[in-house]
Every structure is written in structure tokens, then in C-alpha cells.
Design a protein around this ligand. Sequence first.
Ligand SMILES: [Zn+2]
Length: 457
Amino acid sequence: MPETASSSCAQVPVGLLTCQATPYLKQLKTTVLDCSQKPNKQKLYEVHLQDTGGQPCDFGTINEVEVKNVQRVGTSHVHHTTAPIPVGSEVLVKVDWTRRFDNMQQHSGQHLVSALFEQPEYGCDTVAWGMNDKRCHVELNKVPTQAQIQEVEQRLNLYIRRDYPVHITFTDQKPATLPADYVGPNGVFRVAEIMEDLDLLERERLEDQGIDPVKVPGAFDTVKGMFHLDFNPCCGTHVRSLKDVQAIKLLHTERVRGGNCRLFFVCGSRALTLLEETYTLSREMGTVLQAPGGLETFVDTIVRTQKSQKDMFKQLKVLWREIAVYQIKEWIQLLEESKAKSSSSEGEDEGEKGRLITLHREDADVDYLTLLASLLQKDYDLVQGKRIFVLSTGDRKEGGAMTLLGKDEDLIKKVAAAIQSNVDIKGGGKGRWQGKASKSWDGLDAAWQAARAIVEA
Ligand SMILES: [Zn+2]
């Protein structure tokens, strides 16, 4: 027995699978044709059943064993299961119906969205489509206008209300878009077809343009007496008729490569889920923003909050400047007092003797240091001689910013080294040494002492 299960000619080929023909069937009995003895890298076993399938793939169980993935290989199908299944046994296959029905709603919805945008009045062809857990998108070769998007959304939901049928039919014309390894079962190819019963107004509109809707090539099905809205090769599972798509909500667009555009949308229960999530979020936002008026008042509330925040920042800036000026005036007074004391004995300029001035302010930030430095250097011209300022901010337990100011570069270097041997701080710079203590201000007092010993020696 090989590690990989071999395909078998007894398999029902992809295109004619029960899940494709009767997608509303939630379970079926079938036979195990083959099963790998050892699991693959994902610890899953490959099982070949006579019948089943789905795209994007179904999940579910074979007997009670979980199916994690189903892959098409040519027109065969391989199930990836969490345990081996005895070959030759009859098994009960149960589909994860919630996932299957969601796939059906999104997939039929996508066919309808693409079909409408392809109409001559919009001229936007679908070049790709995608689906994740929350949303689907079609990639269109042209960007539709906002007015067109609104009109299409109305038409989509009108067609759903009218409950147009979705037929699965077959053609012997091999579609150009089919993967190379896909060979049509019995030479025929599966097609999903959405029929449109053009209303009188629409017929009149076309006739006004000189178009006889019945004579548009391939558009009118004389047997069914309806128009082809969509006629596309497809392997997927589809709803019986559009009422099961329930609703389609077109969302936003995104520009992508080469002038294409991704249009996002949700169908069916996903539309309700999105509404539920958005509504819950808006209720929570109402509480956070203190805007009990609800959604409609959010923008006003946020604009008001932003304005008051801006005003507060302005006010804070003024206040911090006032604090800085008070701080500097305090230093000036201190310097004058000590100058008065020393000049009475020596007659020497205080600045020449060397003086260390320290400040640590827990509630301030790096902007305060920049402001102080600018005032000290320019407006008050207090950075002179051998005078050194050691200024720092931030919570003692969290660390913060430090600035050293002084005229004497050598002295600044020595002071910085003394501080760095006491505090865990990185920094550098000429004229204005700037540093950052990223852990804490542990050792700051000892650092001041060491610095004072150097400057005031
Ligand atoms: Zn399809």
C-alpha cells in the first residue's frame, strides 16, 4: 500500500459530484476506494471516496473522522482526514452545513455581482475574485463610479427579491478559463446560469436604445422563456434560486495593479453578521465617546473632542513655558546669591569656578528639556564658563530623557562619563549632550554627586 492513496477510476468525477448536483444535501452514504496508510506532513490521511466534494472546499466528517481539507486533482477528489478510513467500507459523509451554505451564498452572490457589473451600461469585467472569512471581493478591470455602485446594489437586491432561478447546466464547449488539468466529465463542462425575467420597464429601456432584447445573441433562452443574466463555467456549489443569497451589501473599493479595482462585498448571513458587529461597535463607541445620541453624532463628537484637545495642548505649552521661566528665575537668584557670597571674598566671576546645577522633573517630558535648553542658551544666556546643567525628566521607576548643557566640551564629556557609570543611560552629542535612560533613574543621586565632584573640584 503506497503512502499516498492512488486515484481510482470508480470515482465520480468532479463536475458530476453529488454535492455539485444537490448542494442542499447535508449527508450521503458512499464507499471508501482508497486510503493512505501513513499521514502526510500535516498529520492528515488521504482518503479517496467514491463521491463528495465542494469549492472552496467543504469541511465535515467521514463517519466520525474529521475532514480538514478536500482537494481536486484533475477530475478526482482527495479528502484529507485526521485518521485513516478502512478501504472498501461504506461510510456516512456529513458536511459542515454552516460553512457549505455560507460558501453557496457568497459564491452565487459573486456570480450575480460579476454578471451585473459586466452589463454594457457598466462595462466592468471581473478578472479575479476572492473570499476570506469575513468578506469577498471581485477584481474589476475598470473602476465603477459611486453612482453605478449604488445602482448595482439596488439591482442586485431587486433580483434577490424576485428570486430568479440559478440553474446548473452543461455545455460541450470547453471554456477558455478552465484549468489545464480539468477534463470535463463525459466531454461536458459544468455551467452556472442565472436567469433574468426582464421586466417591462427594462425591455422598454432596451427597445428605446433600438435593442430587441430577445435578439441579443445568447441572451434569451426560448425554452425557459428567460434571459441569461449569467452563464459561466463553474465547479462551485450554488443556491437553488436567488432568495437564498438573502441580501448583498457592496462595501468599499480599493485600487490595485494596472488600473483595476477591488470591490468588496458580503452576501447572506455575512451581511447580518457585519451589521451586528458594526452595530455593537457603534454602541460601545457611543459609551466611550460619551455620545449617547448614537452613530449620527459620532463625527461631531470626535471633531469637538479633537478641538478641545488641540486647545488643551496650546494651553499646556503656555503653562510649561511659564514653569520653565520660573525655574530659570529661581536659578538666577541662586547664582546671584552665591556670586554675592564669593565675590565679597575673591572678586572672581562665579562662572569661572565651575558650578553644577541639577534638575529632575518626573511629570515633564523631552519637550520641556528642549524648551529649558533653548531659554538657558539663547534668551537668558546662562550657559557660561564652567557652569554645567544636568536636566532630566520621567518617572524614577521608568526612566526618561536627560540633557547636559555647558560651554566646556571636555567638562561635558567627563560629566557624561560620571553619570553613565552610575545610571544605565545611552547618549551623546556636542554642545548639548542628550541621553535616554530606558529602564529607570536608579543611581541618579549618586550620578549628581559624582558630577558635582568633577565640576566643582
Ligand atoms: Zn463560480
